[in-house]
Design a protein around this ligand. Structure first.
Ligand SMILES: NC(=O)c1ccc[n+]([C@@H]2O[C@H](COP(=O)([O-])OP(=O)(O)OC[C@H]3O[C@@H](n4cnc5c(N)ncnc54)[C@H](OP(=O)(O)O)[C@@H]3O)[C@@H](O)[C@H]2O)c1
Length: 234
């Protein structure tokens, strides 16, 4: 069966490589971007004119998400996988407590924590139409309370902890519909967010994760996992 995949934050980094990988696999990809002219997506569209559908999608805005629903609806009523990948770090993320701009954290909580829930709410009926629907939230080890040794990044770490709770709530709610909901730590990747010293290649990570998502279908399995599928402590 040809699958329909929605990916947020598809303009660059891991999200972009998810788009590329799913297209290479023959799937139809709705690529959520804030800027439809994002160069990588424009180029991929030339290579996959039928299977790549760029969708304007700002995950902070319910209006934008609802508009994206209308566009996707004009192509299909079924999504097999949603990858909630879009995320940010704030300007002062790496400042210590005394210097951190706490008000900046709100935007990050909205984008990283609520964005995936906003997208899940808007598209859940599309996922219910799939024989094995999946909602994948790209989280981070930085959202783990158990393993946390950091002393800062109040914006990012707290947003990913909130996302993990959101994943758990969604997973509990959607179990009866046989929809798999995961929080996945992708590893430290060389992207704009991860920086050039990170040890993982984002394309290889996307390939590994796509394979991992395809291998997972039991809604009773652990839902906070690393990029090998191993359970990660909450
Ligand atoms: N990189 C790492 O080492 C690492 C480690 C652990 C977890 N992660 C997670 O992996 C995911 C991908 O990270 P990455 O490294 O690929 O990040 P990235 O290179 O910074 O890319 C972030 C993506 O999110 C999009 N985005 C940001 N704010 C958005 C919004 N409000 N609405 C819609 N899209 C928005 C960006 O779009 P624009 O181009 O429009 O800004 C961009 O496409 C994130 O969830 C991140 O938290 C990354």
């Amino acid at each position: 069966m040809e699958r329909n995949i929605l990916i947020t934050g598809a303009s660059r980094g891991l999200g972009f490589f998810f788009v590329q990988k799913y297209l290479e696999d023959g799937d139809t990809v709705f690529a959520g971007v804030r800027n439809l002219q994002s160069p990588g997506i424009v180029k991929l569209k030339e290579a996959y004119p039928k299977f790549l559908i760029p969708v304007e999608l700002e995950v902070r805005s319910t209006k934008s998400v609802d508009k994206a629903v209308e566009l996707v609806k004009s192509y299909t009523d079924r999504l097999d996988i949603i990858v909630n990948n879009a995320a940010v770090h704030s300007e002062s993320s790496f400042e210590v407590l005394e210097k951190a701009d706490i008000d900046e954290c709100l935007d990050v909580y909205d984008i990283n924590g609520l964005g995936p829930i906003r997208v899940a709410k808007a598209f859940v009926d599309f996922v219910r139409k799939s024989p094995q629907g999946k909602i994948i939230n790209i989280s981070s080890e930085s959202g783990s309370l158990t393993t946390c040794k950091r002393e800062k990044e109040f914006d990012y770490c707290m947003s990913k902890a909130a996302l993990n709770m959101g994943t758990k709530l969604l997973a509990n709610y959607l179990k009866k519909d046989n929809i798999l909901v995961l929080s996945v730590h992708p590893g430290w990747m060389r992207t704009d967010m991860g920086g050039k010293h990170a040890h993982l290649d984002p394309y290889k990570t996307a390939c590994k994760l796509v394979e991992l998502f395809d291998s997972m279908c039991d809604v009773n399995d652990p839902i906070f996992i690393d990029n090998t599928g191993k359970e990660y402590p909450w």
